[in-house]
Structure formats: structure tokens, C-alpha cells
Design a protein around this ligand. Structure first.
Ligand code: SF4
Length: 419
């Protein structure tokens, strides 16, 4: 049991996140005012290329989380269900359908009609189907990037082929945008934006490196929300400044032995998307002096975790880099690779147990979770708990039940510490 000096709370720098997100929404408003091209993009698409082509991105998943945080998502989801979309479909998708149907303002998660839509199946096929539906409803063009999945027996030759296949589609995307907007790809601008994105991802990873320390200087209060610039603004300078401030403050805590909790007894990992309508739920963990020190979902969006992608490669081959990143994304890992990655993470971040979110909205997140749990326990003696809920639909969260499960899990972890 480690004693720490004081309560670190949320980082001061994280409060500036609101300004950063405000900047993003202002840029969208401005794009509409000035008649600039805009695009909806799904998570996992190379948003950097939109910035490089002077297209203002909007991410409906990000907007859906805003609706959830403001307790609006259920209403939007039910509107979509009234239209015939099933109770079991992804709640981000249904939040977006409902928000568009009700002409919701951006500050409650609305997303305006774009010039075009950009999707990819890098994370899930829902993304492609979602934009297919909405592109038809709003009558706008839709470009989708097909990403083959690397599995444990994919050969290097196949992987090289996949990379060329994706890169070719990215060049086609640039042609598609030129045709729609008249803007030509400028390699100079392209590499600068790729470099900013690289820097942003790397600082985020540096913050995670600091979280390996005991006590952990940064909690989910900083990371769940802190994720959004990685998602919506990769390639811009301003979020880099914010992350640097977060890093410096976290480093100061480490240097002074200050943790984000007054007392840190248990270190946990969280796998999956959090419940955006109930983020305060995570403070319940403090009752057991437990802190989440690693979130697979949040870390995944720092993208540049592949050690083969160096700064020089990013500068010289920005398009090929984007193709490589699509192949290195956490979500496309098979069970064996997920297991290996989690095992390493547990060791490096000194984690006592993993909470896995069996997300009713999301097959790519939930698929194989019970196999993973069993394998982690049987082969590596790593305990985990599967909780069932949904990231955007509060009807699917039973807080009392989940808390009871966590309580039992913490008891197991306590007994293991005494062994
Ligand atoms: S929550 Fe899951 S299913 Fe829905 S868009 Fe995200 S990855 Fe796809």
C-alpha cells in the first residue's frame, strides 16, 4: 500500500480543454459562414488529410458524446428508434440520426449537413453503414476507405500489399476532394500537418509514460475528456500546446511524489469506451483507493504507437504513414495480439486488474472479451472484470449492479495483494 503526499485532483491544464474544443466548434461555424468545404469523418479516418486539403472536419461521434454528457442522447436515440432503427444498433449512430432529425444545435451534439462524408471500416463496419444512411438522407457524396485487417498470421508480403492498397485509396481521396472543392494537395502543407499530428500523439504517449509512476499523476478525469483534440484536431498546433501543459504539470507531480489520488492502493486498466452520460461514475473507484492508470480506448487514438513510424518517415511519406497507421490501430488487432498488448501494458503500468466494458452498442469493442478475460487469467494470472453497459444509451446502464460487481472485484484484488 503506497502513501502519497497530497490530493492531486484534476490537472489545471485540463480545464483549458474547453477552450480547445470551443476553438474547434468556432472553426466549424466560421467554415459555414465563409462557405468553406466541410466533411463528417468517422473515428480512425485520416482527419489530417482533411485539414491538409482545407476541409473543416466534424466528427459525429464527438458530437454524440456531447449529447450524452448533456443528458440529450437518450432522446435522440429514441427518435432514431421511432424511425425504425433497432434498439441494438450503435448508440452513437442513433444519437446522430436523432440529432440531425431534430436539427439540434452544435452545443448539444448537432452536426450540420457537410459538403461530403468520409468513413472507413478500420474500426467497424457500422461507420460505413452509418454514413451510407446519412449521406443518402442528406444527399451528399460519401467516400469510404477500406482497411484490411492484420491478423497474427498475416505475412509481411500481405501487410505490404495492404499498405499499398490503403495508400492508393488515400490518393484517390485527395483526387475526390480536389474534384469537389477545387483544392489541390500541397505536399508541403501535408507534411507539416502530419508532423503536428505526430507531435500531438507523442506528447499524449509521454503523458501515459508518466502514468507508469506510483502514485499515478493523472486520472481519467484528465484522459477521457482530454482525448478529444486527438480525435478532432490532429494536425493543428493549438492542442499541442495544451498537451505540453498537461505533460509539464503531470511531470511536476511525479517529481514531487504527488498522485491524482490521496491514497493509491489499486491500479486498474479500463478497456472500452466509457459511459459518456455518467463519467462521474468513475469517481466511485476512489472509495477503494483505486485509480485507472491506462485506458486502451484513449491510448489507441494517440495513433503513433508503431515504433517503425519515425519522425523522418512522417515527414517524407505522410500519405504512406497514414496508411501504416490504419494498419496499426488497436481495434484491428486479433485476439492473440490484444492479449500480448494487454499483458505488456499490465506489466509496464503495474496494473492490479482490468475492467472491461462489454459495450452493448459496439461489436468491435466487445467481441472476444470473455475469451480475452479467460486467457489473461489462465495464462498470465491477470484478473479482469467484465461489466455490461453502453457508451451513449443510459437505458443500458444499471449503476447499482455494476457497482456491486466492482465491489466484489475489488475484494478479489485486495485478497490477491495479501497473498
Ligand atoms: S461505438 Fe463501436 S460500433 Fe459504434 S461507431 Fe464506435 S466502434 Fe463502431
Amino acid at each position: 500500500m503506497s502513501k502519497v503526499k497530497t490530493d492531486g485532483k484534476m490537472l489545471n491544464a485540463t480545464n483549458k480543454l474547453k477552450n480547445e474544443m470551443g476553438r474547434h466548434y468556432l472553426a466549424i461555424e466560421q467554415a459555414y459562414r465563409e462557405g468553406k468545404p466541410t466533411a463528417w469523418a468517422t473515428a480512425g479516418t485520416p482527419v489530417e488529410l482533411l485539414y491538409a486539403m482545407d476541409v473543416q472536419p466534424m466528427l459525429p461521434e464527438n458530437s454524440a458524446t456531447v449529447s450524452a454528457a448533456l443528458s440529450k442522447s437518450q432522446n435522440f436515440i429514441e427518435l432514431a428508434e421511432d424511425e425504425g432503427f433497432s434498439y441494438d444498433l450503435c448508440s452513437y449512430f442513433k444519437t446522430n440520426v436523432g440529432a440531425v432529425l431534430s436539427n439540434a444545435e452544435m452545443n448539444v451534439g448537432g452536426t450540420r449537413k457537410p459538403t461530403f462524408m468520409l468513413s472507413s471500416d478500420v474500426i467497424c463496419d457500422t461507420h460505413v453503414n452509418w454514413f451510407q444512411v446519412q449521406a443518402e438522407r442528406l444527399n451528399v457524396p460519401h467516400f469510404t476507405i477500406d482497411v484490411p485487417h492484420v491478423v497474427s498470421n498475416t505475412t509481411n508480403r500481405q501487410r505490404d500489399y495492404f499498405k499499398k492498397y490503403i495508400a492508393e485509396q488515400l490518393w484517390e481521396l485527395l483526387d475526390f476532394i480536389t474534384e469537389l472543392t477545387g483544392t489541390e494537395y500541397n505536399p508541403e502543407k501535408g507534411y507539416k500537418i502530419a508532423l503536428n499530428s505526430y507531435e500531438l500523439g507523442k506528447i499524449w504517449q509521454d503523458i501515459y509514460e508518466l502514468r507508469k509512476n506510483i502514485p499515478c499523476p493523472v486520472s481519467t478525469r484528465d484522459t477521457f475528456g482530454g482525448l478529444f483534440p486527438l480525435f478532432t484536431m490532429p494536425g493543428l498546433k493549438s492542442p499541442i500546446r495544451l498537451y505540453k501543459k498537461m505533460y509539464e504539470e503531470a511531470k511536476e507531480r511525479v517529481d514531487n511524489g504527488i498522485g491524482a489520488l490521496k491514497q493509491e492502493d489499486f491500479r486498474l486498466a479500463f478497456m472500452g469506451i466509457p459511459f459518456w452520460y455518467n463519467l462521474r461514475f468513475f469517481s466511485n473507484l476512489e472509495k477503494w483507493n483505486a485509480i485507472i492508470v491506462f485506458e486502451t480506448y484513449v491510448y489507441a487514438f494517440s495513433k503513433f504507437a508503431n515504433p517503425n513510424i519515425t519522425k523522418e518517415i512522417v515527414i517524407n511519406y505522410p500519405i504512406e504513414t497514414m496508411a501504416e497507421l490504419a494498419l496499426s490501430f488497436w481495434y484491428i488487432y486479433d485476439l492473440k495480439t490484444r492479449f500480448e498488448k494487454l499483458k505488456e501494458t499490465v506489466k509496464d503500468w503495474k496494473i492490479d486488474g482490468i475492467i472491461m466494458h462489454d459495450n452493448l452498442s459496439c461489436r468491435p469493442n466487445a467481441c472476444g472479451m470473455y475469451d480475452l478475460k479467460r486467457k489473461l487469467m489462465e495464462e498470465s494470472d491477470i484478473p479482469s472484470l467484465v461489466i455490461t453497459s453502453d457508451m451513449n444509451d443510459p437505458r443500458k446502464m444499471n449503476e447499482t449492479q455494476v457497482l456491486n460487481q466492482i465491489e466484489s472485484f475489488m475484494e478479489i484484488l485486495r485478497k490477491r495483494k495479501k497473498r
